[in-house]
Write a protein of this length. Structure first.
Lengths: 166, 301
């Protein structure tokens, strides 16, 4: 099958590549661009481990063809840190609040939470839980992931983070 | 919007089969392509049903005609007493629309119960209603609202009522080469009440059973009522008899019970991981009872 030319911006860098139309975005990112932060979990649009930010939307990159992303602006976990190399507030939050155990779901969780906070920079606990309902974690029970996102929201808003009493 | 995990189907996910990719920029161009390609072509909307099917090789189109590049298929606008929503408008767009939230709030309520945030950013209203999957939520809502689908095919444009559209699981009134371009919904009367009650095992799941209700009240009595049911038959259902029973009543318990029985009587759910058929029929009744009560509480008049 003839390959198609795609051009897109990935983590701020212009990228031009040839892809088969059937190449899924997750495989394109991981195998052609060596961006292995987005993970392949279920491959059936359920788990959210492959989540990337595409033109201001959180998408499951296992369910998008790379050709559909032609012209898009994409951000993966590799593009999340601040320009000076320090951690993004979400990355810091996941570290400080122990928002991960095995870490497999973390890139998808952080990328999804990034868009959630872009749309609502002061979400309630319920809004956070609903907002990350497309991302599965099989280790943590989500408690610390929610705290990590609350931590990041507080940091972004310049207010002290106060952990809710348990 | 998503298919059941592969284990349930005895298959492993794989890479989709090879296909050629087309990205037309007008409906005319898309219809022309689909007419030329015939059985080898398939329209691609959000892809969150089709791409999983392609990974399982349950769908192997030789050509995909991506509708995402057609600007005229996006957005919602008022047109007289109707609201017209472009087929490529996503569930996320529906949730964010002030026009729809004000005029037809059941659309936002239903959208928020579809799949999960990531899927809603990409999944479209047109794909949801055109696919013919009895698990999809919007078809029953469209039947409830008496929506019509605008379709363009090789012989021009036509409208198909949602209530006439669904023929069987994945079988619809669409002909090969047709593109469903827009959904036209008559705006329900001001002061109407509506509700979509969906029972599901978890976020992202299809309904075990769900019920859509739109009603108007006058002097404490039901003036008009329409009911749609999701995933309790091979097609979405419009529960016409059940709604007729309720008109003129004050939604008293005895009348609601009769209407629920009439609604349950038209269901024919499959037994699957969501439960035995009898259970799913009963849950359709429970969802309808709840939807009626909530719609009444939201109605003025």
């Amino acid at each position: 099958m003839a390959k198609s030319q795609v051009a897109m911006k990935v983590n701020g860098n212009a990228v031009e590549e040839l892809v088969e139309p059937r190449t899924l975005l997750i495989h394109f990112l991981r195998e052609q661009l060596n961006l292995t932060g987005p993970h392949i979990g279920c491959e059936t649009s359920h788990c959210g481990a492959c989540t990337v930010d595409l033109d201001g939307k959180s998408v499951k990159s296992c369910t998008v063809f790379a050709v559909q992303a032609n012209g898009a602006d994409i951000r993966t976990i590799e593009g999340m840190a601040n320009a000076d190399g320090t951690l993004h507030a979400l990355q810091e939050g996941f570290r400080e609040m122990h928002g991960l155990q095995c870490g497999f779901c973390t890139p998808g969780m952080i990328t999804r939470a990034y868009r959630l906070l872009q749309e609502n920079n002061n979400p309630s606990e319920e809004e956070i839980r609903y907002g990350i309902s497309g991302n599965l974690c099989r280790c943590t029970g989500y408690q610390n992931i929610v705290k990590a996102i609350q931590y990041a929201a507080a940091k972004i808003n310049g207010v002290p983070f106060q952990e809710a009493a348990e | 919007m998503t298919v059941d995990p592969p284990r349930a189907q005895g298959r492993m996910p794989v890479i989709p089969g090879s296909f050629s990719y087309h990205r037309p920029t007008s409906v005319k161009e898309a219809v022309g392509l689909l007419a030329t390609l015939g059985d080898d072509g398939r329209a691609l909307a959000g892809g969150h049903s089709l791409i999983p099917m392609m990974k399982l090789r349950l769908a192997t189109p030789a050509n995909l005609v991506d509708l995402a590049g057609i600007a005229e298929l996006k957005g919602a606008r008022a047109d007289g007493n109707d609201i017209v929503i472009g087929a490529m408008t996503t569930q996320h767009d529906l949730i964010a629309s002030d026009l729809l939230t004000a005029k037809i709030p059941i659309l936002r309520e239903t959208s928020l119960q579809i799949a999960d945030p990531q899927v809603r950013y990409v999944g479209t209203l047109g794909g949801n209603v055109a696919n013919g999957d009895p698990g999809n939520d919007m078809p029953a809502v469209m039947m409830c609202l008496n929506a019509a689908y605008q379709v363009t095919g090789k012989n021009g444009e036509r409208r198909i009522a949602a209530r006439q559209f669904y023929q069987g699981a994945y079988f619809t009134a669409l002909e090969p080469g047709d593109v469903l371009t827009a959904i036209r919904i008559p705006v329900p009367a001001a002061g109407h009440g509506s509700a979509y009650e969906k029972l599901k095992r978890k976020i992202g799941d299809y309904a075990t059973a769900a019920a859509a209700v739109v009603l108007t009240m006058k002097g404490g009595k039901v003036e008009s009522c329409s009911i749609g049911l999701t995933n309790v038959a091979e097609t979405p259902l419009w529960a016409e008899e059940a709604a007729k029973i309720l008109v003129g009543s004050a939604l008293d318990a005895a009348t609601v019970k009769r209407a629920v029985a009439a609604a349950e009587a038209i269901t024919a759910p499959a037994e699957d991981a969501r439960g035995p058929a009898q259970y799913r029929t009963k849950m359709a009744g429970v969802m309808l009872t709840r939807a009626l009560a909530r719609a009444k509480s939201l109605a003025r008049g």
